[in-house]
Design a protein around this ligand. Structure first.
Ligand code: ADP
Ligand code: ADP
Ligand code: MG
Length: 447
């Protein structure tokens, strides 16, 4: 097992990884930017190294500084968390060539799955049903038009390097195409340094359902059930649950097996998530694979009892999975609300400043993953998600009641948050019925 792990990330996910390491008797190294010296991950780690100025590109994306921090402190592995370098094959390769173990899949696998258009082709080859669409990358607007006329409007233009909901545009008709093409490509170029787009059919009012899987170095794979992530704003998840109330055991098994088939096909190693869309007729289609730990992994941890971050570390250290598919049972129901420093009454504008009072929820079945605390100042440079509130109970109605209770006692003063907005979601009659699609927020929360 590793003796020391460097965590190449910040915020709640860095804290989450440090906690796993501590329980495994592994020493930790935090990296931080000049704006993050007061962050909880810096305080909790055994060692901390400042890797640069506030802007992420100068610190959390400063590859030489991060690698040097790992080498100077004698770390033997690097956990990338999510975002940042987590899906960057160049970083994984650089770790390897410095003698550091990258906790994630190999660079070749990452390369294959990180390009979303190529990942779709690969999934098709592996026998996964994929969202109908054009072949590979678009070379021109004209090509997009031809593909759209063939499959019928509406369509989606999507950035092949996309993530976090960026670089996606719905196109309803020919006259919207030109503008959408330019905007999507420019957004992708600005966010990911790669403006390449692909096109696919816009699935009408789908659910987003994803399968968590684990694979070790010896070809053993398990899927840990699914997560329902249909509650989204601007293609970004806001609230997630496990299991999904929309699928039966047979669909659950088919989705799980499709996800594992893809993982096996590419020789996937470590934790990964295969994202699917489920249409109103119950068909599911591969959308993309995330080759990293996900924001919403705790809901799966609650219902399966598997610690996904510890498994990532064990797999990377060369251990065999200690359980098989038959050992995995999904019990009860878990819900996660992403608590975001933003102002829902002002078009969800980010809110920064000092946390004056922080009274997190607690009690039975409640988990809080966060890097904030009383007196912490939220810097303006990073993702606005400041906390994850996760609850668990025996079934969906009880979990909803528990989340309602937890949100009502959660109190943060000093900044604006979406806590009340999450309360409205949890109380929404359609949500309570389980009648949720990716159109839930625009269609049902428009008040
Ligand atoms: P990202 O890489 O940003 O996570 P995804 O490809 O996973 O992008 O898509 C993000 C979200 O956008 C999905 O969860 C879904 O709500 C919506 N979406 C993406 N593609 C389609 C599609 N073809 N039809 C309908 N909705 C889609
Ligand atoms: P998940 O599927 O785990 O919910 P998201 O797509 O929402 O993942 O992204 C996880 C986090 O990483 C978010 O905070 C998002 O802002 C960030 N992120 C995702 N992709 C990128 C990217 N390509 N560049 C920068 N940040 C990203
Ligand atoms: Mg996605």
């Amino acid at each position: 097992m590793f003796k020391k792990i460097l965590i190449a990330n910040r915020g709640e996910i860095a804290v989450r990884i440090i906690r796993a390491c501590r329980e495994m008797d592994i020493k930790t190294v935090a990296v931080y930017s000049e704006a993050d010296s007061d962050s909880l991950h810096v305080k909790l780690a055994d060692q901390a190294v400042c890797v640069g100025p506030a802007m992420s590109r100068d610190s959390y994306l400063n590859m030489p500084n991060i690698l040097n921090a790992a080498l100077i402190t004698g770390a033997d592995a690097v956990h990338p968390g999510f975002g940042y370098f987590s899906e960057n094959p160049g970083f994984a390769e650089a770790c390897e060539s410095c003698g550091l173990v990258f906790i994630g899949p190999g660079p070749e696998t990452m390369e294959l799955l990180g390009d979303k258009a190529r990942a779709k082709e690969t999934a098709k080859e592996a026998g996964c049903p994929v969202i109908p669409g054009g072949d590979g990358l678009l070379k021109s607007e004209q090509e997009a038009l031809e593909a759209a006329l063939k499959m019928g409007w509406p369509v989606r233009l999507k950035a092949t390097a996309g993530g976090g909901g960026r670089g996606i545009r719905i196109v309803n008709s020919e006259d919207e195409l030109s503008n959408a093409y330019r905007v999507a490509s420019a957004e992708a170029e600005a966010s990911f340094g790669n403006g390449s787009l692909y096109i696919e059919k816009d699935i009408s009012d789908p659910r987003h359902i994803e399968v968590q899987l684990l694979g070790d170095k010896y070809g053993n794979y398990v899927y840990l059930g699914e997560r329902e992530c249909s509650v989204q704003r601007r293609n970004q998840k806001l609230l997630e649950e496990a299991p999904s109330c929309a699928i039966n055991d047979e669909t659950r098994r088919k989705m799980g097996e499709a996800a594992v088939a893809l993982a096996r096909y590419v020789g996937y190693e470590n934790a990964g998530t295969v994202e699917f869309l489920l249409d109103s007729d119950g068909n599911f289609y591969f959308m993309e694979m995330n080759t990293r730990v996900q924001v919403e992994h705790p809901v799966t941890e609650f219902v399966t009892g598997v610690d996904i971050v510890k498994e990532q570390i064990r797999i990377a250290a060369g251990e065999k999975l200690s359980f098989g598919q038959k050992d995995i049972t999904v019990r009860g129901h878990a819900i996660e609300c992403r608590i975001i420093a933003e102002d829902p009454s002002n078009n969800f504008a980010p809110s920064v400043g000092r946390i004056r009072v922080f009274v997190p929820a607690g009690g039975p079945g409640v988990r809080i993953d966060t890097h904030i605390y009383d007196g912490y100042e939220i810097p303006p440079y990073y993702d606005a998600m400041i906390c994850k509130l996760i609850v668990y109970d025996r079934d969906r109605p009880s979990a909803i009641k528990r989340m309602k209770r937890a949100l009502s006692e959660f109190y943060i003063e000093g900044i604006k948050t979406n806590i009340e907005y999450q309360q409205k979601i949890i109380e929404n009659e359609y949500f309570v019925k389980g009648d949720i699609t990716t159109g839930f927020i625009p269609q049902r929360m428009n008040r």
